[in-house]
Write a protein that binds this ligand. Structure first.
Ligand code: SAH
Length: 367
């Protein structure tokens, strides 16, 4: 007999029903487990008070709620919190909790609306090798299971007591290369934990077949595409994945997605001095955005000196022209939003996530 307990987190309602039946329990016990795990966010079987004591003890023997632990928490001066998780096989991933305020319209006289966004990882490391991203320096170790993705959300909610309002699949990894587990975890967050699909965003470096698949399957979650350059040669240099899926193919896939789904796509764009901030680059970006009426989210370039690769990335500098470029794009009627950086001091900002192995001995700031 195996002593490994089955982790229940990551199982959808149908699977939990079958699991209950495998223990000679009626189907509704599976649905109760689904409620306890995701809606009521129980972290132990003891909390599941509408299950009999016998069933609870049988569950504790055979199963575990989940099997990942927060091994470190760090807090930035701006309030951003970073969580380091250890998975059952000893590998580690990070999640980042970002609080942001949005001003309401002046005349409403209301307090700003507060959003708390959790940025989750979908792979341990990443195979894509984007030259400006620290995660690339880890290489690719493995895909996360749905339970390990949902586990990041539930563990952070439990550890902080924060009511997470939005989830972004923008941590370590390329979510669309782990399509099935990512979509399964999104489904559980929607059906089980009650997140509205529009509060969940998946960000991709341009895995085109899966972009089309999302449209075909009528996925209601939001889609973001990291573009960084609409010119083939530049993008190949910045994001080698372009050799597999060209700028044209990505544009076609986005156009298809927008047409089929009726939903818009957000492009993510960072400007590097002398690389993708020239007139020609900006014109190409404007044409690209207009083709499928995309919004553009400008992300400031975050230093990856501590964590990232050397080589080409070492010569990348933030563009001093961002303001001028943004003005030009607005004149061309492209909706642009400049994202604020969060958590730079704790290497928690976009592109800074990388887990060094063996883990460095750092001071833990209680969050
Ligand atoms: N693989 C997915 C999601 C992870 S990256 C993707 O490519 O979209 C999350 C976002 O951070 C992407 O838009 C990525 O391009 C951006 N990013 C990566 N490194 C960065 C850096 N050093 N500074 C700013 N943004 C960066």
């Amino acid at each position: 007999m195996s002593h490994v307990k089955i982790p229940l987190l990551g199982q959808d309602e149908g699977e939990l029903v079958r699991f209950a039946q495998s223990l000679d329990q009626p189907a509704y016990r599976g649905r109760q487990l689904f409620e306890w795990l995701y809606k009521k966010k129980a972290s132990t079987f003891e909390e599941m008070t509408n299950l009999s004591a016998d069933l609870r003890s049988m569950l504790s023997e055979k199963a575990a709620v989940h099997n990942m632990t927060v091994v470190k928490r760090q807090e930035s001066v701006d309030g951003t919190k970073k969580f380091l998780f250890e998975l059952p096989d000893g590998l580690r991933v990070e999640s980042v909790l970002i609080r942001s305020e949005r001003k309401q319209k002046e005349e409403d006289g209301q307090a700003p609306s507060v959003r708390t966004t959790l940025c989750v990882s979908t792979q341990v490391g990443c195979p894509l090798d984007c030259t400006f991203c620290a995660t690339a320096s880890m290489g690719f170790l493995r895909n996360l299971r749905a339970g390990e993705i949902v586990g990041q959300v539930l563990s952070v909610a439990a550890a902080t007591g924060v009511d997470i309002s939005n989830i972004v699949f923008m941590g370590m990894g390329e979510p669309l290369m782990n399509y099935d587990e990512v979509m399964k975890s999104a489904g559980i967050l929607i059906d089980g934990a009650g997140f509205a699909p529009r509060r969940i965003t998946v960000s991709t470096a341009g895995w085109v077949d899966r972009i089309r698949q999302m449209a075909d399957e009528e996925r209601k979650i939001k889609l973001a595409v990291s573009l960084h350059s609409a010119i083939e040669a530049t993008r190949r240099k910045l994001m080698p994945v372009t050799k597999r899926h060209s700028v044209r193919e990505i544009s076609d896939a986005i156009e298809y997605y927008v047409r089929r789904s009726g939903r818009d796509v957000m492009l993510e764009q960072t400007f590097f001095a002398g690389v993708n901030d020239t007139d020609e680059e900006v014109s190409a970006l404007i044409r690209f955005s207009r083709r499928a009426s995309c919004r553009v989210n400008v992300i400031p370039f975050h230093s990856i000196g501590n964590t990232g690769p050397t080589g080409f990335s070492a010569t990348l500098r933030p563009s001093p022209l961002v303001e001028t470029i943004v003005r030009r794009m607005r004149e061309a009627k492209v909706p642009v939003f400049v994202r604020k950086s969060s958590g730079v001091d704790i290497d928690a900002a976009c592109g800074q996530l990388a887990v060094r192995s063996p883990a460095p001995d750092e001071t833990v700031v209680p969050a």
